[in-house]
Unconditional design. Structure first.
Lengths: 124, 124, 124, 124
């Protein structure tokens, strides 16, 4: 991005505090990840490279500082399934200025729901 | 959702202000919408029903108060294309307690980028 | 499409019989449908419009003559889930010259697998 | 898969010749690949791992013998975009009994269309 573009880009977010911007960008990235990759064929053979590829694609998103993706659940030898939301365990850190939001996507059994939430927001 | 589930659900968000929760949920919904529907075959024939179906599917997401989806750009008679992010113009309202965040997904030509941003946050 | 384009387009398929072309295009459409829409938020409120929108988007694909999409499975009042492959029951007719292939996407319980297959191929 | 499942699975395809089955499965895999991954954030940093992850996920699909995925097009330093269909150059081999179908997904400029077609079908 050129300087003028960067300034224009920033101007769209001047109405948000760093905390608000961090959770906004974190929300986008979790929503994007879930809806981009749910449905992907996954087996014991490609689970690991898929985890890494999801991480690396999401590192492109604005303000992502770090991300770890685990595909959980029992995959059987010689079978593949379509990736489901409940199989995703994602830890995401989003940094805006000195604020770092730690977010999570994780299946919560009591809710029967793959929940996206904010674990903590810190000033570094 | 049963009462206990609703309480458990809420407990995951008690570390966020209503403004933060509103932009977090708004971010999730915009990220989800983009990555779920980009790629869908679209032509003059199905543009309108696709707009309505995207709106109705996203109304399911937590805290969505209102949403309007427009698929913009020139579609030619007798042709179809894959929906691109730059064709999406989305207005989204997310309500948390008395706070309403108005969000937008819109292609910004100067940035050559389909931008997701927060237009305003109001107390109602 | 202009005449020259149509000719060029057709030239890519001259090595296939009408039967082969019909099942090839049918396979594309079923694979596309599954992987485009799995993950979409669905509830009792938007099930029907989503079914219609999937049908209409897939009618754009080459050679599709008719399609019917049913989203099956128990959806509970006040809840939404992400559309899963096993919830899709799709009947698709693909026509190439005088050949009509009838295809199906349907969850087969004994296989625990949403199967795509060809029900019959007819000369009309 | 257990033996009975394998037999049941096969029974669904006994109305197709090996050539027909090969192009049917090939069509499914190309349609699936396109609609699963279009929209994924891609840059110079994650292009290669995304290519490999797409290949490995599609190797899970029935009858896939070999696949190579190239993401083509100019990606600029410090920028990312959403993967578009026209950026995909895919070579796929599908094997059914002794029949091998070689398929392709490739953007055809004269058609302004990412075309899926069958390059050849061979008896091995």
């Amino acid at each position: 991005m050129r300087v003028e573009e960067r300034e224009l880009f920033k101007s769209y977010f001047k109405n948000l505090t760093p905390r608000e911007r961090a959770v906004f960008e974190g929300g986008i990235t979790l929503g994007a990840l879930f809806h981009q990759f749910v449905g992907t064929p996954v087996s014991l053979k490609n689970r690991e490279i898929l985890e890494r590829a999801i991480e690396e694609s999401m590192r492109n998103q604005p303000c992502v500082q770090d991300i770890s993706v685990k595909i959980v659940g029992d995959l059987k030898e010689d079978e593949y399934i379509s990736l489901e939301g409940k199989m995703l365990d994602v830890k995401l850190k989003v940094k805006v200025e000195n604020t770092v939001a730690s977010l999570r996507l994780k299946y919560i059994e009591e809710l029967n729901y793959p929940l996206m939430y904010v674990e903590k927001i810190e000033e570094k």
